[in-house]
Design a protein around this ligand. Sequence first.
Ligand code: AMP
Ligand code: MG
Length: 408
Amino acid sequence: MITAEEALAIVLRHVQPLAPQVQPLLEALDCVLAQDVVAQEDLPPFPCSAKDGFAVIARDASNPRRLIGEQTAGYVAGLRVEPGTCVRITTGAPLPPGADAVIMVEDTQEANGMVTLLRPVAPGADVRPVGQDVAKGERVLAAGTCLGPQEIGLLASLGHSSVLVYPRPRVGVLSTGNEVVEPETPPRPGQIRDSNRYALMAALRRAGAQPVSLGIAPDEEAALTAVIDEALATCDAVITSGGVSMGKLDLIKPLLARRGQVHFGLVNMKPGKPLTFATVEGKPVFALPGFPVSSLVSFELFVRPALRKMSGHRLLLRPRVPVTLAEAIRGDAGRPEFHRAVVWRENGGYKARSTGLQSSGRLLSMVGANALLVLPQQDRPFQAGETVMAILLDHPETDPDPVAATEP
Ligand code: AMP
Ligand code: MG
């Protein structure tokens, strides 16, 4: 059986960044830029005022000066500042020819069409010169940058209404099992509601991918093959859950082996041992185990990094930090365990406690968890005070019970 590290390496070897696409600017939020962006113009494009006040000639000795008109933002008034004169100006308005400085209104007194300067003004004061913020020809964004609000704003300021980025992977999500019904269907005896498709589609959205629901398929080879084939025609990747363990109705592995190449079908870890990874016509297929915790943990460990690579990200993995156990925790004697935990900051380090019973069906072991403890296989429990590594799924709070911490 391969290790989780080996499995991840195999997955990452078999996925590549998707072909870049031009996206409308706002759709590109959180996407990775696929080309350098070079400014085609200066910002600001004209010398302009940084304050509300008066445009003046700095070295002009006359005081008071005659007010000859006003220049507000948004047009060119056609005024010229000569010695002995000034022009009322607002923030962002073009500096009138002749003027070389702005004095803010708080430093002046105005009466009868004359403006008195209450302090001296240096040349260039409160004038934003051409290209102060961005110089024409400057590379403002490098390919590989993940676009946040500030990058989106910068692109808009340079006239880009669309941008070349790696697209969000379209990922089909299929639940399998004769016993699985839609959440709104009252389950008959022997049936259970589908939680995996919802959890996985939500996880996909968080990972910046586009989830595509493929519904629920029964444990029948023809039905499974049809829906997986159809999904592969329109999606960049497919995720299934269930049907990969050792039961007589676990049909997914042989099906994928017939349709493409199965790269592994067992991983030495808990939860998620039957995790299966295949490629079919070059597209990745993640066949996740059916138990809700197993499918979500394996998504986190293997699917999310793959999707990040497909999306052009360079940082594929969550941060890993050493944490000190606040309590004794029993891992697994047979397999390395990804133990769901709450991690918080304390005295400049991290502490951790378990979310309790770690059964693979118990989604409550993930509710409130912000980390997975990486516990090597071991007979004896890990002791309070021992240090283990943790994968941080979320930003840790400073208190182990953040809800209680906010109450009076
Ligand atoms: P399997 O891997 O198909 O043997 O499924 C393992 C366990 O997970 C079984 O108890 C299934 O009933 C359960 N299971 C499978 N698919 C889902 C699903 N979509 N939502 C919730 N539980 C599921
Ligand atoms: Mg099943």
